[in-house]
Ligand binder design. Structure first.
Ligand SMILES: [Mn+2]
Length: 268
């Protein structure tokens, strides 16, 4: 009779945190939605923390929209992750800044202010990290910064949320159409103002005293060195295009290393 083999498998340490942004989830992008659901089940569930850094939804008309199937499906998928003891944190983007308490309670996420700073000690070295959606750094887009200041005002938000949901959705649809037209008309100009302003980045490093900034928003995934400091830019996600697919996430491993992973097309 064969001797039973004893297999001693060392448990893999849990990654400390995963970071994603700019999924722009919407029912019209089913492959991207499916990739997100797979990402949650396969990767996020194994981490200690999940950070969602803005524009997870293409738009958010208000928490009363949780009665619709799509927002409810996403909230429940996040709920499964938070119920599995993954601390799940949310920073608002420029498209889903109306996400509020009810969505947070339903999905088990914790809403954070933008920017948010935390420290992590990996391999006996403490590093300070700053998380932001990234739109605050795009200071060259003056029209947008005015819009941002206005719409982040509580008075504006309560007046907007007082409208019927149907009206809010029509207004958002109109704004999205206008914004697309505007981008097409002023493509070259828009491309230059859509990126972060270098002075704003330098000021943020100086005022926050962090070594690492992580953000999305610009859809220009990269790692930038700023002297000894690093700035990681997350990509947007799009698994629905025929000719290309996009989507990455960052992992802060338990020993403090930062790794970038990409979705392969047709994630199963
Ligand atoms: Mn954005």
């Amino acid at each position: 009779m064969d001797k039973p083999t004893i297999c001693l498998q060392k448990a893999q340490p849990k990654p400390f945190a995963l970071f994603i942004s700019d999924l722009h989830l919407q029912p019209e992008m089913p492959a991207t939605t499916a990739a997100f659901l797979t990402f949650l089940k396969k990767h996020a569930i194994q981490a200690e923390r999940l950070y969602l850094l803005g524009d997870i939804f293409e738009y958010w008309a208000g928490d009363d929209d949780l009665a619709s199937p799509f927002p409810q499906q996403i909230a429940q998928a996040l709920r499964q992750v938070s119920d599995a003891s993954v601390e799940t944190y949310w920073i608002a983007g420029n498209r889903d800044f109306l996400v509020g308490k009810k969505f947070a309670e339903t999905s088990g996420i914790t809403l954070l202010a933008d920017p948010h700073i935390f420290e992590y000690n990996g391999a006996n070295k403490t590093t300070r990290y700053l998380l932001t959606h990234g739109d605050l750094l795009c200071t060259d887009d003056i029209a947008y910064q005015c819009f941002r200041a206005e719409t982040r005002h509580l008075d504006w938000q309560s007046a907007f949320l007082a409208r019927p949901l149907h009206d809010r959705k029509s207004i958002i649809a109109m704004m999205r159409k206008q914004s697309r037209l505007h981008q097409q008309e002023h493509l070259q100009h828009w491309e230059s103002i859509m990126d972060v302003n270098q002075e704003a980045v330098a000021n943020l490093f100086a005022s926050s005293q962090v070594q690492v900034i992580i953000h999305g928003h610009t859809h220009r995934p990269a790692l930038h060195q700023h002297g000894e400091n690093r700035r990681y830019v997350l990509s947007d996600w799009d698994q629905d295009k025929y000719d290309s697919s996009r989507g990455d996430w960052l992992t802060l491993s338990e020993n403090g290393d930062m790794l970038r992973s990409s979705l392969s097309r047709n994630v199963k």
